[in-house]
Design a protein around this ligand. Structure first.
Ligand SMILES: Cc1cc2nc3c(=O)[nH]c(=O)nc-3n(C[C@H](O)[C@H](O)[C@H](O)COP(=O)(O)O)c2cc1C
Length: 333
């Protein structure tokens, strides 16, 4: 063990990687701060960036921060550190969602994953009618399992059932003016921004109204959006956890990003269909009773197609707090 500590350049690289993670409506609800000894990083929720109507319990916020956490682990590995992660380490400080303690035990993640962080985008475009090979799906299933979650790739009947629940949830969202206003508030159709969803990233709606892509600006969308024919049967995968507490949500987020980065390395695109997870009734019905009592956290659509457009991110100075240093104690890993 040496006395090596995190330099400002290391911290900036880590924060940029964490900040590149996917998040609900690109809300980026995270803040990072170095630990007192500069051999660790503290990860906080930024509640000012919550999406309270769609996500009243902060479940999606935790999933988003979990995704950032996985990117931090990959970036730490890129810097030659191994990260020991403690989730929700201080019960009396609920905004502190994770503490990473770095050791020089050697890189823990595959080196090529770091490059995938910048290549990964949501692709809301139609995919080809081509299945992701079993071998690649197997890699993704293992990756989710390594994060204590389950990735279930759906057969046709289950995929159709999940699409129908998603369409039902999408209709509920379209009929709810308060939720519509909240979603619209994250659209960035004109001015350049540092968060939210720009027009280029929106993608078309399905011409045949079979694949229930989220319409971020209502149904029918306003302004109108083009339609295109989507793949005949989307390849859908569910990420589930045994429990449904903040630590489980953080695990689901880490699994989401681990799966998504690996998919990116294999040339597989992904987008999220989260609508049915946002309503308790449809979320409950998403559960596959044959698979046991799992809690569905994410629905991911996988396939082959355009890579998707980059979305903006806040500057590192806004998400990395170098003003002081944080302390941290024991917690639940
Ligand atoms: C918890 C969560 C829920 C999301 N829900 C949706 C969704 O319902 N529809 C969608 O198109 N994208 C969804 N996304 C993807 C985000 O919109 C996307 O990550 C964000 O806009 C940043 O873009 P990027 O993934 O290209 O970096 C979700 C992402 C997360 C983490």
């Amino acid at each position: 063990m040496t006395d090596r500590t995190l330099t400002e350049a290391d911290l900036r690289l880590l924060a940029a990687a964490g900040g590149a993670a996917p998040s609900l409506h690109n809300s980026q609800p995270w803040r990072f701060r170095p630990a007192t000894d500069r051999r660790g990083l503290l990860v906080y929720a930024d509640e000012s960036r919550a999406v309270p109507v769609a996500d009243p319990d902060g479940r999606a916020l935790h999933v988003s921060v979990g995704a950032a956490l996985y990117n931090l682990r990959v970036a730490a590995s890129h810097l030659g550190w191994s990260a020991d992660v403690r989730l929700c380490p201080e019960p009396e400080e609920p905004e502190l969602l994770a503490a990473l303690d770095f050791t020089e035990a050697g890189p823990a993640e595959s080196p090529e994953l770091y490059g995938a962080i910048a290549q990964r985008h949501s692709s809301r475009e139609p995919f080809a009618n081509r299945d992701v090979p079993e071998a690649v799906l197997g890699v993704l299933i293992q990756a989710a399992a390594a994060e204590n979650t389950q990735l279930a790739v759906l057969e046709e009947a289950e995929a159709r059932r999940v699409m129908s629940l998603t369409a039902e949830a999408e209709s509920r969202i379209a009929a709810d003016v308060v939720r519509q206003a909240e979603t619209r508030a994250w659209l960035r159709l004109e001015a350049p921004a540092t968060d939210g969803i720009p027009a280029e990233a929106l993608g078309p709606l399905d011409h045949d109204a079979r694949v229930p892509m989220r319409s971020f600006s209502g149904r029918p969308p306003s302004p109108a959006r083009p339609t295109q024919r989507f793949e005949a049967l989307p390849q859908l995968a569910l990420i589930s956890t045994h429990g449904d507490r903040p630590v489980d949500w953080l695990r689901a987020g880490q699994a989401l990003e681990r799966v998504w980065l690996l998919a990116t390395l294999h040339g597989v695109r992904a987008s999220v269909l989260h609508q049915a997870v946002e309503w308790p009734e449809t979320r409950w019905r998403l559960r596959d009773t044959a698979e046991g009592p799992g809690h569905v956290q994410m629905i991911v659509r996988l396939g082959y197609g355009p890579p998707g457009s980059p979305t903006p991110r806040r500057a590192v100075d806004e998400i990395l707090d170098l003003s002081g240093t944080g302390s941290h104690a024991g917690g639940e890993g």
